[in-house]
Design a protein around this ligand. Sequence first.
Ligand SMILES: NC(=O)c1ccc[n+]([C@@H]2O[C@H](COP(=O)([O-])OP(=O)(O)OC[C@H]3O[C@@H](n4cnc5c(N)ncnc54)[C@H](O)[C@@H]3O)[C@@H](O)[C@H]2O)c1
Length: 501
Amino acid sequence: MADWWDADGARHRKQFSTSAAAREHEHRETALAHAERASREMKLAARTGGDKKARTETVTGTGANGTIEPAKGKLGVMIPGMGAVATTFVAGVEAIRKGLAKPIGSLTQMGTVRLGKRTEGRTPKIKEFVPLATLDDLVFTGWDIFEDNMYEAASHAGVLDQRLLDQLKPFLSSITPRSAVFDHNYVKKIDGPNVKKGKTKMDLAEQLRHDIRDFKKTSGASRLITMWCGSTESFIEPTEAHQSVKAFEKALRENDELIAPSMIYAYASLMEGVPFANGAPNLTVDLPVMLELSRKNEAPICGKDFKTGQTLMKTVLAPAFKARMLGLNGWFSTNILGNRDGEVLDDPGSFKTKEESKLSVLEHILQPDLYPELYGNMYHKVRINYYPPRGDNKEGWDNIDIFGWLGYPMQIKVDFLCRDSILAAPIVLDLVLLVDLAKRCSELRGLGIQEWLSFYFKSPMTPPGLYPEHDLFIQLMKLKNTLRHLKGEELITHLGLEYYD
Ligand SMILES: NC(=O)c1ccc[n+]([C@@H]2O[C@H](COP(=O)([O-])OP(=O)(O)OC[C@H]3O[C@@H](n4cnc5c(N)ncnc54)[C@H](O)[C@@H]3O)[C@@H](O)[C@H]2O)c1
């Protein structure tokens, strides 16, 4: 005879042949009872609209939440860095608008979201479920240190067929770069003529703010977003100057050398109330000063570093090993790529920034502290090699040494012959549309960091003290549950007991 208590504190008795069977039953029943209780609480919260406390404490969400302004008028997309990713994105949007191609890889354009029970058959497209800007609403501008317009820059990047680019030539040629805020010390491998001049970094920020206002006026956009697609800057760590708006503004006026150009774009955007998404691994908005500004001006921020090829694979495979309690001795990742990004990353300072971003993933997913026998001794190495003949068509190799039952070793080899910018462009599109959605949501726009967009990043931003979620499928669930939450739909926990009542 054994006793067990359910989540509501009620006592139950049952006869078992062994004490092990009794213990196992107790564990299972207790877990089920807790899960059922969580589900009941969620349903209740959804019905009652939920109070703020329940929302922050249970992480399970509530009923209809806040208001979402409609996506009226044009959405202006401002891109510092008109290189391979930016041009592949803009040319792609135009090709799709002209009916020449499909938005493959874009969750906002092709993805669906299940609502309610599996038996209800409600699965709208995401773009029909929440009010997103349409592709026809998008207008573009950009900044770059080179003077090439988008047609020339896309031709130079060599990602898309010249035949396709020629069909889009009038449109792409019309997008010319504004002069950039640039500092060669932060990107050592390139230099260009199209650069702003100013006595202080504050002067440069003012010039960017002027560009932003000018674009809003001339394009007729009702809303704006800044999307950093510029080169990876040299590695730096936050200092006193990055801790508050006051300290940062003083540092801008004093030309503090630890203020990188990307931070000046971020400051200018947030001061104008414009959201900022960071596609590179630079600190940029991952700083207290930017969080403060973002919250104050209700301009959402997110980053960092698009999750495209090798890291995408890593955040799919590593959770599978952990789910099956398979151990990991080592993971060696190497890449060859020959585009300008590859050239920039050939500099040790820029590589260090990228390396930090790529390395953080495994530690967080595998949690060696919790599973020392499985992951306590893993060796993780990442290499990027600049190899011009490959252009944008990167090759990423992974050698993974795992071990299983009784410690027997096994190996997995991944050879991903990918196209960097083809993987990045749909991410840029989704981020543009979803960050704009966040700006129109009363519940999201004042939060600062948009953690629900972690799905798109190698190194997702979180507030201090909170570790990031790297597992791709947890990130996807977080994103879709956020959309359900905003629309007052029940969150999906995948518990599923109700089907067997
Ligand atoms: N392609 C991918 O799969 C991928 C994945 C993750 C992150 N990223 C990051 O996205 C960024 C863009 O990648 P890309 O392949 O387009 O690189 P790219 O070299 O083709 O383009 C970057 C552009 O930024 C410009 N630039 C540099 N500093 C600038 C500044 N201060 N102001 C304005 N322009 C500036 C450069 O002149 C260049 O044209 C890089 O930081 C890269 O690391 C790319």
